[in-house]
Design a protein around this ligand. Structure first.
Ligand SMILES: NC(=O)C1=CN([C@@H]2O[C@H](COP(=O)(O)OP(=O)(O)OC[C@H]3O[C@@H](n4cnc5c(N)ncnc54)[C@H](O)[C@@H]3O)[C@@H](O)[C@H]2O)C=CC1
Ligand SMILES: CC(C)CC(=O)C(=O)O
Ligand SMILES: [Mg+2]
Length: 360
């Protein structure tokens, strides 16, 4: 059967790393005898430049007519002064909302090959395997009103945090379901000592937990969670939280793995469809230099094969190839100060390992 994949390269390093992901998917298709049909869509700054909007309707339609999407990243200084509705990031938020991609999985695994590259001590990092489950289509990134306004006679601003109970509950169910097949522990992260939204979040977590008797639930305030992730990350199995907290905590957690350039993600809506993207942004400081680490995007293709296509062996094959190239000492510049290889060289190294694994 032909599987349709829409690629959304976006801005900055986006086109370079999506090219890497596509090359890996093509090799998997060739070696395992699958047919993947690729089509491309505009998003972010690239879409603004070409069409005047950060998310053209045509892009949404292409995504809707495909089985999965692979996104690079959006944004960059070129568009930083644009009004809010013409910011590249608006395109990313809008595609997540248009496709109802409410569950964002951000696995954080410390690979043995990169223990030395982590900023934390080896004994703290070794064996870390945390799944961050981040709510992706609600909260303060989407709430209205959001505006500049006069407050008490002076210039002011309003952002709004809104959640419906059903939005919180569906995400928590996903988190508990993952915990059931993992380490059977959920840490629900909130700011319930201050925020009403967090107090409802906590009530929902307590209620949802009753449906999963084999899973233990712990509540943790977000400021403490930020510290615990660095102090003792092995205490976490599934960490579930709202949109803004999950965004921040996952970038922080990436340093356990050695680099932000290592962290993949899957954004799911409850069907087989998903949008897959690295956790990092468009890295304008290294865009176009063939220096970006493509492994977060390549690892995202493994998640795509696993969650959208059910191709578990193929997904494992990609992850093992990533592990192998790192064990052999290949490093992009974000992971080493000496003898760094390029984006293209890292991609070729992974592809070589995939071929070796399949032919052996
Ligand atoms: N999902 C997305 O499309 C996201 C987009 N952004 C946008 O990206 C732009 C840049 O944002 P920043 O705050 O600088 O975050 P960023 O994640 O793009 O970069 C942070 C730092 O990490 C490095 N980095 C990131 N990915 C890397 C990779 N694959 N290989 C090697 N180094 C890597 C960058 O060079 C930079 O030093 C902004 O316009 C921001 O809004 C930020 C986060 C997510
Ligand atoms: C650029 C933002 C819209 C999103 C972000 O930082 C993220 O999803 O990690
Ligand atoms: Mg982010």
């Amino acid at each position: 059967m032909i599987k349709k994949i829409t690629t959304l390269p976006g801005d900055g390093i986006g086109p370079e790393i999506v090219e890497s992901g596509k090359a890996v998917l093509q090799v998997i298709a060739d070696l395992y005898g699958h047919q993947f049909e690729f089509q491309e869509g505009l998003i972010g700054g690239a879409a603004i430049d070409a069409t005047g909007v950060p998310l053209p309707d045509e892009t949404i339609e292409r995504c809707q007519s495909s089985d999965a999407c692979l996104l690079g990243a959006v944004g960059g200084p070129k568009w930083d002064q644009q009004p809010p509705h013409l910011r590249p990031e608006k395109g990313l938020l809008a595609i997540r909302q248009a496709l109802n991609l409410y569950a964002n999985l951000r696995p954080v695994q410390a690979l043995d090959a990169l223990i030395e590259e982590s900023t934390l001590k080896p004994e703290v990092v070794s064996g870390v395997d945390v799944l961050i489950v981040r709510e992706l289509t609600g909260g303060i990134y989407f709430g209205e009103p959001r505006e500049r306004r006069t407050i008490d006679g002076e210039e002011g601003v309003v952002d709004t945090l809104v959640y419906k109970k059903s939005e919180i509950e569906r995400l928590l169910h996903r988190a508990f379901q993952f915990a059931e097949i993992r380490g059977k522990h959920v840490t629900s992260v909130d700011k319930a000592n201050v925020l009403e939204s967090s107090r409802m979040w906590r009530e929902c977590a307590n209620e949802v937990a009753t449906h999963y008797p084999s899973v233990t639930l712990e509540h943790m305030l977000v400021d403490n969670a930020a510290m615990q992730l660095i102090r003792q990350p092995k205490q976490f199995d599934v960490l579930v939280t709202e949109n803004l907290f999950g965004d921040i905590l996952s970038d922080e957690a990436s340093m356990i793995t050695g680099s932000l350039g290592m962290l993949p993600s899957a954004s799911l809506n409850g069907t087989a469809f998903g949008l897959y993207e690295p956790v990092h942004g468009s890295a304008p400081d290294i865009a176009g230099l063939n220096q970006a680490n493509p492994l977060a995007t390549i690892a995202s293709t493994a998640m795509l094969l696993r969650y959208s296509f059910g191709l578990l062996e193929e997904a494992d094959c990609i992850e093992q190839a990533i592990n192998q190239v790192l064990l052999k000492g290949y490093r992009t510049a974000d992971l080493t100060n000496a003898n760094a290889i390029s984006t293209e060289e890292m991609t070729k190294a992974v592809i070589k390992e995939i071929k070796v694994a399949i032919h052996s």
